[in-house]
Design a protein around this ligand. Sequence first.
Ligand SMILES: NC(=O)C1=CN([C@@H]2O[C@H](COP(=O)(O)OP(=O)(O)OC[C@H]3O[C@@H](n4cnc5c(N)ncnc54)[C@H](O)[C@@H]3O)[C@@H](O)[C@H]2O)C=CC1
Ligand SMILES: O=C(O)[C@H]1O[C@H](OP(=O)(O)OP(=O)(O)OC[C@H]2O[C@@H](n3ccc(=O)[nH]c3=O)[C@H](O)[C@@H]2O)[C@H](O)[C@@H](O)[C@@H]1O
Length: 445
Amino acid sequence: MSEATSRPLRIAVIGTNYLGANTAAGMAEFGFDVIGVEIDEHRLKLLNDGKAPLYEPGLDPLLKKHVDSGRLRFTKDYREIGDWADVYFICVGTPQLEGSEAADLAQVNSVVDMLAPLLTKPTLVVGRSTVPVGTSKKVESRFHAEAPAGTGVEIAWQPEFLREAHGVDDTLHPDRLVFGVQSGAAEARLREVFATPISEGSPVVVCNLPTAELVKGGANAFLATKISFINALAEMADASGADVTQLADALGYDKRIGRGALNAGPGYGGGCLPKDLRAFMHRAGELGVEEVITLLREVDDINQRRRAGIVDLTHEMLGGDWVGKNVTVLGAAFKAGTDDVRDSPALDVAGRIQLHGANVTVYDPEAMENARRVRPTLRYAPTALEASRDAHAVLHLTEWPEFRELDPATLRGFVNNPVVIDARLNLNADAWRAAGWIYRAPGKP
Ligand SMILES: NC(=O)C1=CN([C@@H]2O[C@H](COP(=O)(O)OP(=O)(O)OC[C@H]3O[C@@H](n4cnc5c(N)ncnc54)[C@H](O)[C@@H]3O)[C@@H](O)[C@H]2O)C=CC1
Ligand SMILES: O=C(O)[C@H]1O[C@H](OP(=O)(O)OP(=O)(O)OC[C@H]2O[C@@H](n3ccc(=O)[nH]c3=O)[C@H](O)[C@@H]2O)[C@H](O)[C@@H](O)[C@@H]1O
């Protein structure tokens, strides 16, 4: 409840795809009145029908529940939120800038363009998008200069750590809340907004704006580093006959290390870790902290090497010849549980192999539509079995449970050549070998 008016808080969520759709639904679930602002007509229509614009387990029912209850609606018209909300959350995209490693802040700037002129009363604008350190102060200067309310518009930054495929749970039950604030009033307002998870035990870190911005970039840089570290150990395992999965299990028991983000595989992808690591390096360069770039450059290089390594191994398993060879790619999403194909290792590998001249057929349980849109020249099949027809090599590149449940004996009947490359190290090697397959998994003997 707003203390002043005894009505539920009013929350505006600007930009409602992966981050924003989860945020808007979560805010409604916390009991607030929510308006989501989205400029993409297709997403807007889906959202107003109570449907998520993406595949995210549990999000459709939550959206539907609150669209139906009237607590949540979506619009493209900023006039509906001007002077309406108690808190404005900025959740627009910050992709990699074309031709640079920097973050592209055009969407954040477009929010300021449209929102600032509509704010005539004091209010709180909270950034949730991932931005380079220093961005929030620039956003603040613009609001102060361009909003009729001037310095009455207060800026806070509250980075979000949700993982796709776990978006709803991570939004409702965050493992931590980071409030980058400049006043006790802003902290109090954020504590009011997140009262439910705080009462359930989510820890809160209250800090200044640059710390909040750096926490987010730092978290993703650390995750990327951990993944590349285990992938470097996979290279060591390949060179020495060790098993990287057992290695990860044994390292993970050390509480200081932990087992999370230690699954070796085709490297990290998605709409966040790759571009956030690069934006972090770029910003470090601007700030003159070159050592950070030296540290993280290798993380990115190892990640790229994983994709190239899978292509090389496929070439080797095809007898060193691409021509006339059929390659099946199981998986298109950047990880299981999502239809997101942004910077997906699976699609990248598929595209590289196609460029070499092989015929590539892709199957994914959820990401076919998105994959077709970004890689229209690849072939697509409606099932894993169909995709494997006449294959000379089958590549397991996204760890969907249905791939682990495939019967290798049945699949054996579909292919030309029983070669499987388990880049996710997630199939039952013994079962595949017993069914007559040549099973290879980078990092495993
Ligand atoms: N995808 C994820 O799981 C997470 C993303 N983040 C960060 O959150 C931010 C958003 O990420 P995504 O949702 O993945 O991005 P996205 O690019 O998928 O979605 C951004 C949405 O904002 C809309 N938009 C752009 N400009 C707008 C404007 N001026 N007004 C209203 N809507 C506008 C777009 O149409 C789009 O629907 C990024 O900074 C990302 O790094 C943070 C945590 C998790
Ligand atoms: O900033 C963001 O947007 C989000 O980025 C990641 O979330 P997400 O991209 O959804 O996916 P992760 O589960 O972290 O996986 C990222 C990539 O690393 C790969 N990965 C992950 C874990 C692992 O052990 N090994 C590994 O190769 C995944 O397959 C995937 O390609 C972070 O985990 C979130 O905390 C963060 O909020």
